[in-house]
Design a binder for this molecule. Structure first.
Ligand SMILES: Cc1cc2nc3c(=O)[nH]c(=O)nc-3n(C[C@H](O)[C@H](O)[C@H](O)COP(=O)(O)OP(=O)(O)OC[C@H]3O[C@@H](n4cnc5c(N)ncnc54)[C@H](O)[C@@H]3O)c2cc1C
Length: 238
């Protein structure tokens, strides 16, 4: 857990950006990761909850989701694509879903996040406070820079989706999962549990992956799961 030595609660995005320019300060959304994990260095937290970034707006074939939208609000919204709602529900128990946010899920970048895999196949674009946008896959690969503030995510809402998961129990976080979406622009496939963060993959490259191993699965077992689960998703979408 971080040693928290200061607390700020800005009421405007510009003020949050100014506060976060100081490297000893970190953004705090739901705080579920920050209060649980964290480094040794003392930090001041910049609480994002007064920034009014928790709206969900449908815009034709897109949905814009504010960064501090909670996972429970995703589950409850008819405007959010089904796969995103289902994976938000699977991500955490209800106590944590009512605190944890979309921006914090991107900031945490957990390898086994089904929600991140779902956002990837829904062509998620990340919007930053300084006006930059970037595909979620790039943000996960590079990581957030010091002072970066996510204000929202845009996802494509249409298309057919499929998901295949193996975990130690049905409700546990996945060891490996495959998530897919098909629309008139083609197929996207994303995998959890085969790299440091969930990632988009081409079906042909799945067998060449070199996943990390841990007590839940060796690299070879994870590669085997990735092949089997990807095949199930592709078959369902074909
Ligand atoms: C018991 C437990 C179980 C968990 N299980 C899972 C799991 O199964 N799968 C999973 O994926 N995660 C899991 N997590 C991790 C965590 O709960 C989630 O990733 C959660 O969605 C984080 O959201 P938050 O809003 O609480 O983030 P916070 O803790 O507030 O922040 C997390 C990180 O993101 C940064 N951040 C937050 N918002 C922004 C923003 N708008 N702009 C820029 N940076 C930002 C923070 O500075 C911090 O580095 C678990 C955590 C706990 C405590």
């Amino acid at each position: 857990m971080h040693q928290m030595v200061g607390y700020h609660r800005p009421a405007a995005v510009a003020e949050a950006v100014r506060l976060l320019a100081e490297p000893t300060r970190v953004a705090m959304a739901g705080g579920t990761t920050l209060r649980h994990d964290g480094g040794a260095a003392p930090v001041e937290v910049v609480d994002l909850q007064a920034l009014d970034l928790d709206s969900i707006e449908a815009d034709g074939p897109l949905v814009r989701i504010g960064a501090t939208t909670t996972l429970q609000a995703l589950v409850d919204s008819d405007a959010v694509p089904d796969l995103v709602r289902r994976t938000a529900r699977a991500e955490l128990p209800s106590t944590l879903r009512s605190r944890a946010t979309v921006g914090g899920t991107i900031g945490s970048a957990e390898s086994d996040s089904l929600l991140l895999a779902a956002l990837l196949v829904h062509d998620a674009t990340v919007h930053f406070a300084d006006g930059r946008t970037a595909p979620l896959g790039d943000v996960l690969e590079v990581g957030l820079g010091s002072g970066d503030l996510i204000v929202g995510v845009t996802v494509a809402s249409l298309g057919a989706t499929a998901i295949a998961v193996t975990g130690r129990t049905p409700a546990d976080t996945p060891i490996v999962a495959a998530v897919g979406r098909a629309d008139e622009h083609g197929m996207r496939l994303a995998l959890c549990g085969v790299a440091a963060t969930p990632r988009l993959v081409e079906p042909a490259e799945v067998d060449a992956l070199e996943p990390p191993g841990d007590f839940r699965g060796s690299p070879a077992y994870r590669r085997h799961l990735a092949n089997v689960l990807s095949a199930r998703v592709l078959e369902e979408l074909s």
